[in-house]
Write a protein that binds this ligand. Sequence first.
Ligand SMILES: Nc1nc2c(c(=O)[nH]1)N[C@H]1C(S)=C(S)[C@@H](COP(=O)(O)OP(=O)(O)OC[C@H]3O[C@@H](n4cnc5c(=O)[nH]c(N)nc54)[C@H](O)[C@@H]3O)O[C@H]1N2
Ligand SMILES: Nc1nc2c(c(=O)[nH]1)N[C@H]1C(S)=C(S)[C@@H](COP(=O)(O)OP(=O)(O)OC[C@H]3O[C@@H](n4cnc5c(=O)[nH]c(N)nc54)[C@H](O)[C@@H]3O)O[C@H]1N2
Ligand code: SF4
Ligand SMILES: [Mo]
Length: 771
Amino acid sequence: MSRTALRICPLCEATCGLSVTVEDAAADGPHGEGGGRITAARGDRDDVFSKGFLCPKGAAFGQLDSDPDRLTRPLVRRDGRLREASWDEAFAAVQAGLRQVIEEHGADSVAVVLGNPNVHTVAGALYPPVLLSTLRTRNFYTASTVDQMPKHVSSGLLYGDPLAIPVPDLDRTDHLVVIGANPMDSNGSLCTAPDFPGRLRALRRRGGRLTVIDPRRTRTARIADRHLAIRPGTDALLLFAMVRVLFDEGLVDPGEPAGRISGVAEVERLAADFAPEAVATACEVPAEEIRGLARELAAAGRAAVYGRVGSSTVEFGTLTSWLVDVLNILTGNFDRPGGIMFPLSATGAAPRPPKPGRGFALGRWHSRVSGHPEAKSELPLAALAEEIDTPGQGPGHPGAPAGPVRAVLAIAANPVLSAPDGARLDRALADVFMVSVDPYLNETSRHADVVLPPPPPSRSAHHDFAFNALAVRNQVRYTRPVLPLADGRPDECEIHARLILCAGGQDGADPALVDAMVIDTALGKAAGDPHSPVHGRHPADLARELTGRTGAERRLDMMLRLGPYGDGFGAQPGGLTLAGLLEHPHGIDLGPLTPRVPGVLRTRSGAVELCPEPLVAEAARLRAGLAARPGGLLLVGRRHLRSNNSWMHNVPALTGGSNRCTVQVHPDDAARLGLTDGGLALLAGDGGELEVPVEITDTVRPGVVSMPHGWGHDRPGTRMAVAAADPGANVNQLHDGARLDVLSGTAVLNALPVRLAPAPEEPAARPAGPA
Ligand SMILES: Nc1nc2c(c(=O)[nH]1)N[C@H]1C(S)=C(S)[C@@H](COP(=O)(O)OP(=O)(O)OC[C@H]3O[C@@H](n4cnc5c(=O)[nH]c(N)nc54)[C@H](O)[C@@H]3O)O[C@H]1N2
Ligand SMILES: Nc1nc2c(c(=O)[nH]1)N[C@H]1C(S)=C(S)[C@@H](COP(=O)(O)OP(=O)(O)OC[C@H]3O[C@@H](n4cnc5c(=O)[nH]c(N)nc54)[C@H](O)[C@@H]3O)O[C@H]1N2
Ligand code: SF4
Ligand SMILES: [Mo]
């Protein structure tokens, strides 16, 4: 019997609605899942946001969902080998291992590592904050510090809230400037917009302009009106020069929010050093192009500057992320339709009267070994290996943990491939007590003492807690699991809840207690808040009103009801509730983005603080480096439409074709270096060297080479047969982990100096392989 069901795609930030064909089966499926499987996936034409769009990854949802290499039972290490165990045995092992480390070495000796899929799962949104407050460790690491942390820091400094990230109002802008992003392949990031390609085409159709700044002629650059093939790592210079042009030519006009912005004159003084002529050589972009772009931005009715990974994972990532917003603000494109705007998510905080906030602090504590400042309570993922493998107390950095990390809880994370110098982390992880919450036995989880596999997405509920706060249109959608769990198998929320109990030494207690405690605390807080619609009501009475089949659903119901569109537990009749949302399986459209300043601001002054002190210091550092002009090859990354970071190379439908791990080289560089297309090259960086097949293409500019990340699936002890058959090489082995954007602790993954030569005839001795 087959039927169709709806499911939001969890595979990238676009959050498309899928209509899946389900083949039900009574018994357990072939791989120990509950009965049934997904046999096809199409775009849901009635989805209020994605309107039928889907990409090749969404189309492969069924294959990805029923990948036979997915783990179905927990694994526990006994006598050095990972063996299948019962869930109770696995959690008992987790608690014993964690409690021993905590009791002997203290709370900070446990590191929590959260990977990217946590922003795509309900469990990843709801439980890690509780886990962290239970563990109370300063060793907290996430994929943000190999990704968007610079944007959090810049938002924290500008707006007082690191989570207040304005997004380009794609559907209403007249000129979009894309810096270091390739949404035609990535489907967009920090800008949730199903059918990003269609939205870009619509921009062109309505007479708007698209400018792309990228060292590669990406698929996004190919549909643009203007492509500036900048020298990698120099965007801060180019953007500063644009700011200078705006001031020089009297084009600064912040518009409506002007009365709420401080520090404009200070920014003008900072920009004085960055005339277009002064930066043109370093950026390898003619001064007139820079001037022209600044003028066009100021002249556009409604324009938005948008920067992503290539503007973030670079030496001046925070400065660049800040300059993106500065340009939007100075040209009057901040917080207005067609510019950059703050979404209002259905589970976010309800708007309240503006008041000065607590501001945003950096460096409240530091890492032990290298003294990296925390940012948003996180330490740099690039520093995890040294925090494990360096003994002793360290030189006494302020607020640093007292000793090394001795246990690692990795949830949906594969840092052995995604972080710099994975080989070092690979060795270090072998020596700690480790728990992985991961569906695969991969390069990272193979080191775990306990692996806790979550069920596949078809058997998980879905709501985009994270991405609705970054979406180009306000809307809300929720989908329940489309297939049942196998008997006794916990969903990922229950896995997280039990992990929290283990961390607190309470294994065996009812995991529902975790949700009950969160609900009790949140309702207590709301009841005590004079601005809340439930002010003065009894938390226990409110809790009884919550609906939902699971603790996570009850929490969603609570957040919706207290949120900006909520029913306020009856105070706003007709407002959102979980029950109401379930009546709209294709979602509820909540309208276009609306201005949110000053309500969204949390700075101490209550204003947008345009020129924060830490960035003044960074600007000085940028200026100091302007004179030096290192030549040589620079490495940048790239993403392939049919891939996602490190974990989709095991899905046959997504492999092959142009989705290959090659080093792309411009024909001029290839000729100069004696490289041939398809031949092997030796690529070397600070951290190591790799042999990689050469792909000669003029889509990379001269002086730039490009390699994708997430490859290197050739380690023993993994269970990903398809990926292992075409393993590729791990580009992050070229990075030694020492280069960071200093303010945010984000690894420099783009604009890395590298050397390239034909590989020697005899295969070179490879860098030390996996243990
Ligand atoms: N050189 C270079 N390196 C990069 C980047 C780059 O551009 N260049 N990009 C960086 C970026 S932007 C990011 S976000 C990071 C990503 O870094 P990571 O988050 O470490 O990498 P992923 O490959 O996304 O790995 C996710 C892990 O989650 C598991 N997983 C998948 N689905 C689920 C699920 O539903 N539940 C659970 N519990 N686990 C699941 C996968 O099996 C995998 O082990 O990589 C970064 N690394
Ligand atoms: N298909 C696919 N989709 C994905 C992912 C994936 O792996 N595959 N990963 C997901 C994740 S975790 C994320 S964070 C997003 C990322 O989404 P995007 O940021 O759109 O993705 P990238 O393709 O990494 O784009 C970065 C671009 O920056 C360019 N670049 C590199 N260095 C510089 C520089 O110094 N200056 C400028 N101006 N440009 C530079 C690169 O050439 C590249 O084209 O994508 C998400 N979606
Ligand atoms: S763009 Fe593709 S991977 Fe991303 S949510 Fe949509 S269907 Fe899924
Ligand atoms: Mo990312």
